[in-house]
Unconditional design. Structure first.
Length: 260
């Protein structure tokens, strides 16, 4: 796996798919490595050169303790795209990855071709937070119960997979300190005032049964970002991209192809 060295970090990234295709950067959720995309990346690799990387504190990446933010992670993402040999890329970010993608599109507009924001929020005082019952379930001191609660927030009862098979329930290799820092990164995100600056054509995707990031946040993003397109998937929860993979990946592919 290629590496990108900084003075205070070493980031591991992965290239896949069509070596002659346009770049597609995939940005995963909070406290997860690039394995978040294991079940989805192949949906795009016949056409696109996919790029994923382990955030600081996750997977095979290493980094010194620092005040990480979604904006600093966006700078990391830009550096990875350029290290992979691309000057532009489509960007698909989900959950915290969608927050990072917002800053990437704001700070590096020349780098972002088309933008997809999935199951995410604008952050700050304008975002609609999860309710107290959800918060309590994720703070359960029993790790098994906490994981079970997260699984139920990610997937519907119809999902035939198991928590043991899922790659979106957190990176088990992370330290407790890194996990806390990721929580702080995501919680402190606020791009509201800058969202109207996003110039990239934008698709906002969300499940209407998402309790981790209530669907009203998708509506706020679509209203705030100029000419954004909103698509809500009926019956889907936070991991819509996995459980509703055929429909969700099809929507993303159609949106990206419209810019060709």
């Amino acid at each position: 796996m290629p590496e990108l060295d900084f003075a205070d970090a070493r980031l591991h990234y992965r290239l896949g798919g069509n070596p002659d295709g346009p770049a597609l950067l995939l940005l995963q959720g909070q406290a997860n490595s690039q394995r978040w995309w294991d079940g989805v990346r192949t949906d795009f690799e016949d056409v696109y050169r996919t790029i994923t990387f382990d955030y600081r504190g996750t997977g095979s990446s290493t980094a010194a303790d620092a005040d990480w933010t979604t904006r600093s992670f966006a700078a990391d993402a830009a550096a990875v795209v350029q290290a992979a040999g691309f000057s532009r890329a489509h960007v698909y970010g989900t959950s915290m990855g969608g927050r990072i993608a917002q800053w990437l599109a704001i700070d590096r507009p020349e780098l972002v071709d088309r933008l997809v924001l999935g199951c995410t929020t604008p952050g700050g005082e304008h975002a609609v937070e999860r309710d107290q019952q959800v918060r309590r379930s994720l703070l359960n001191p029993d790790s098994a119960e906490r994981r079970r609660a997260l699984f139920e927030l990610m997937y519907t009862d119809a999902w035939t997979g198991s928590p043991e098979e899922s790659t979106v329930l957190g990176d088990p290799t992370m330290t407790a300190a890194a996990t806390r820092r990721h929580l702080r990164v995501s919680a402190r995100h606020d791009a509201w005032d800058r969202l109207p600056e996003i110039a990239a054509p934008t698709l906002v995707l969300h499940g209407d049964e998402d309790l981790l990031a209530p669907v009203v946040n998708a509506e706020l993003l679509a209203q705030r970002i100029p000419d954004a397109t909103l698509h809500v998937l009926p019956g889907a929860r936070h991991a819509y991209f996995d459980e509703f993979r055929v429909a969700a990946s099809g929507l993303v592919r159609d949106f990206l192809a419209a810019g060709s």
